[in-house]
Structures are given as structure tokens and as C-alpha cells.
Write a protein that binds this ligand. Structure first.
Ligand code: UDP
Ligand code: MG
Length: 322
């Protein structure tokens, strides 16, 4: 069984040497123990880094064929880089495991991923036990995000990021999903098949800094919600109905006041309602606009990634997003 470990890397020159060292040791141990085939590989995907990441990857490949390199033509973001790696893996292996370059996810859990695979699972989710190492803020916002997704009826695994095993058939199924707005951890459950879960402890990034500042995190969360749920649109409808009912009551109230002869007072209430309604309308337009934006980018069907080079032993051609 040929395993391919897929790792998206963006400006990771600080962590890459250490990551490569640890991965090499791990892979040698796995291969030695017969858990995966001798031809197993580590695929490092350079997501258009601006530092020496690609040079490092090329040097690693030169030194040891265990490491393969995939260079994207420019920075496309974590999810797209990961997809590019997975779609390459689909052509060259039997099973893939995706993880981050900073090895925050415990690589010793890989053994258990492979055990689950041997038991017949096509998709295995890595789930964090606790988030001790994350900041209080990240923990809170993450929890809020999972709660929101659940509330909106989206099927995602709590505390599962992108540390995941996918078999060849799961990868093929994933390839059938053509969406441009990628949220892989939401797509994996839609792929189906038998799934398993592996628990592990998440540690700290050992060098460099997070490539997910708050702005990116927020955009990612909005993408996650709007790509998988139309509930926000329904909420707007509900809100509209409520406001309509209130306005009917208000109409009755105004008419009665007029008839009774209690006229021009209520400057404050008029002003307040104008601002309120205006605000709610803008908010609703924004939500609808978000979905229209999604439709717009989906209909253009732009490629989700463009590969510039693929460094591998077989001299296989780079894969395209067809
Ligand atoms: N990453 C990427 N492209 C980007 C941003 C991040 O390929 O535009 C990679 C990054 O190199 C890392 C993974 O995505 O391997 C997760 O990023 P990071 O560890 O910074 O996120 P965090 O763990 O803080 O959520
Ligand atoms: Mg990280």
C-alpha cells in the first residue's frame, strides 16, 4: 500500500527543515514496520511562498526521493493548496494523509490512522483532544464556529481540522466535487463511505507564526457557512415576516392614535425605526450578496489551482484541475 502524506506549505522556511527531519524518521519507522509500502512518499505543496520554501523542498527532493514537491503558480490559500496535493496523490498512491507543515498535529497518530484504514475505513478524521496550546481567543472563536455550523445544520466533525486520511476511492469521490469555494472539512462527510476517528493532542507551532490571522479565519468561517447551508437566507425570510407583523401592529397603533387625535409626537420612535429597518435591510442584502458572490465565482469555473512544477522520481507530469 502506497501512502502519500500531503502537506501544504506557505512561507514555512522556518519549520520545514525540522518537519522534514521528523517526517523522514516517521516514514522510515512506518515503512520498516510494514504499515505502508516502501514506495510511500511525502508530498510538499508550495503554495506560492515568498521565502525559501520551494528551494528547501527542491533540496529535500534532491537528497531523498521520499520527498516530492509540488509548486503552485501562486498563492491560492490553504484549502486550494491541499486540494492540489490531494488531486496529485490521487494519481500516485493508494491512500493519503493530509497535515499541516508546522506539525501541530501529532504525527505519531499516523499509525492509528493506518490501523483504521486497514479496518476498512475510507475516511479517517483526526480530532483534537483538547486545545490547551491554542490561545484563549482562538479556542473560543473555534468553539463558536463549530456551534454555529451545527446550528445551521452543517455536518462537520467537532475539533477536526485538516488532519485526515482519505483512501483512493474517497479521493476520487472528492475529485467529483467541482466547487470553487473550497471547504474541505465540510466536503469530506459528503463523500460518505465508512469513516473512523483518531484522537490526538495538538501541540504548539514550534517555529514561525500562524498563517491564519483573524481576518483569514473569519473569511474561512463565512465560506464554510455559505458553502454548505442556506439557512441564513431562511433566517432573513423569518426576520422579514416578524418585521412585517410588527409593522401591521404599528399601522393599527398609528391609525388609532390619529383617530383619537393624539398626533405629532414620537420623533424618537420614527427615527429609531428608520435606522433599525435600514440596518436590518443592509444586513440582509449583505447575506444575500454573499451567496450571489458564491454563485458568481462558481459559474466562472476558474481552475482551483495551477501547478507550475512537480518534482517526483517517476517524472510524472504535473496534474491539472480538470
Ligand atoms: N497555508 C497554505 N497557504 C496559505 C496559508 C497557510 O498552504 O495561504 C498552510 C500553512 O503552511 C500550514 C497550514 O496551511 O501548513 C496551516 O496554517 P497555519 O499552521 O498557519 O494555521 P493555524 O494552525 O494557525 O490554524
Ligand atoms: Mg498551525
Amino acid at each position: 500500500m502506497k501512502l502519500m502524506v500531503v502537506i501544504p506549505c506557505y512561507n514555512e522556511e522556518q519549520v520545514l527543515p525540522e518537519t522534514a527531519k521528523r517526517l523522514q524518521a516517521k516514514m522510515e519507522q512506518l515503512i520498516g514496520g510494514g504499515l505502508c509500502g516502501k514506495d510511500s512518499r511525502v508530498l510538499l505543496v508550495d503554495d506560492g511562498s515568498k521565502d525559501k520554501t520551494w528551494e528547501l523542498i527542491a533540496a529535500l527532493h534532491e537528497e531523498n526521493p521520499l520527498f516530492e514537491g509540488l509548486k503552485l503558480s501562486r498563492n491560492r490559500g490553504h484549502q486550494n493548496a491541499l486540494l492540489a496535493g490531494l488531486m496529485t496523490a490521487r494519481r500516485h498512491c493508494d491512500v493519503s494523509i493530509s497535515m499541516d507543515a508546522d506539525l501541530q498535529d501529532d504525527i505519531d497518530a499516523v499509525d492509528r490512522f493506518l490501523e483504521e484504514y486497514e479496518k476498512g475505513c475510507d475516511v479517517v478524521y483526526g480530532v483534537r483532544n483538547k486545545r490547551k496550546s491554542d490561545t484563549f481567543f482562538k479556542r473560543r472563536t473555534a468553539l463558536l464556529f463549530y456551534k454555529l455550523m451545527k446550528g445551521l445544520g452543517v455536518d462537520i466533525t467537532y475539533n477536526h481540522a485538516d488532519y485526515r486520511l482519505m483512501s483512493l476511492r474517497a479521493l476520487d469521490a472528492l475529485g467529483e466535487f467541482r466547487e470553487v469555494n473550497l471547504f474541505l472539512r465540510g466536503l469530506a462527510p459528503l463523500v460518505g463511505f465508512q469513516t473512523g476517528v483518531v484522537y490526538y493532542d495538538r501541540s504548539e507551532r514550534f517555529a514561525g507564526e500562524s498563517k491564519y490571522p483573524f481576518k483569514k479565519m473569519l473569511a474561512f468561517a463565512v465560506d464554510g457557512v455559505t458553502s454548505f447551508s442556506v439557512k441564513p437566507l431562511r433566517l432573513i425570510t423569518a426576520l422579514g415576516i416578524i418585521i412585517f407583523v410588527i409593522s401591521l401592529l404599528m399601522l393599527i397603533y398609528t391609525l388609532v392614535s390619529w383617530i383619537v387625535g393624539r398626533a405629532v409626537s414620537g420623533w424618537a420612535s420614527t427615527l429609531a425605526s428608520i435606522w433599525m429597518i435600514g440596518g436590518i435591510q443592509l444586513l440582509c442584502l449583505g447575506v444575500i450578496g454573499e451567496y450571489i458572490g458564491k454563485i458568481y465565482s462558481e459559474t466562472k469555473r476558474r481552475p482551483r489551482f495551477i501547478v507550475e512544477r512537480y518534482l517526483n522520481e517517476e517524472k510524472a507530469d504535473p496534474i491539472v484541475d480538470e
